[in-house]
Write a protein that binds this ligand. Sequence first.
Ligand code: GUN
Length: 264
Amino acid sequence: MEIKEYVIKRKEGMIQEISTLDRPPVLSIISVGHNPASESYMKGKCKDSADVGITAIRTGLDESATEEELLDVIRKQNADDSIDGIIVQLPVPAGIRESSIIETICKEKDVDGFRKDSPFVSCTPKGIVDYLEREGFNFSGKNAVVMGRSNIVGRPMAKLLLDRSCNVTVIHSKTCEEDKKLFLANADLIVVAIGKEAILNSSYKLKETAWIVDVGINRGEDGKLHGDVEPNLPVAKQTPVPGGVGLLTRLALIENVLEASKNK
Ligand code: GUN
């Protein structure tokens, strides 16, 4: 199923479920300063929330806000029973530590799934695995290669694939080209989360049966969005950019908010 169609179906299910709750789930989105990319992501999160009946409330702090001011807002919202989930849109201005934010949002409301003890799975890996499961990808014993080792995508992705009994290899900046070729040639599933346009391309020999998941969103010289993967590689399945993983990440967030509200 196309990702767009899959997301619409999942949202229909959520609308049904939310209509049976005592009150709509509430997501708080906090931001500091103005970052054009962040503004566009937050707009998307508000739209998705509205689509399914989640109330999204936004708190925008000034660019000059201190870490302590931000943490104060978070602490107040932690204590506020009418709020189910809290996210602080990243990046935040220099001087505010991401680690302090992650540690301060209480785990019950950490719908980004960034805390080590969060009951929620980080949104991009969760969105990807849920979609692959729905598409019938048979994880057990398959060779999965994760390109990139970020805390938000690469590492949690590798764990979810290992949990499903894949043979997982994580490729990163220190992996030599020769090894990279070898791992990719044997891969049944490749998740690419590097942040470089067409880093996975037709110069690599891949299995015809391989599935590729493209997490990259890069603004090209042509002003358009491009993935980390060259389009139309000769494989069994390849997710598009735009209209691919970005939609799955957004879906996973609102699913986490619904879960948070049910956990109460
Ligand atoms: N900035 C880019 N991606 C994300 C995300 O998934 N969560 C938050 N909070 N900020 C982001």
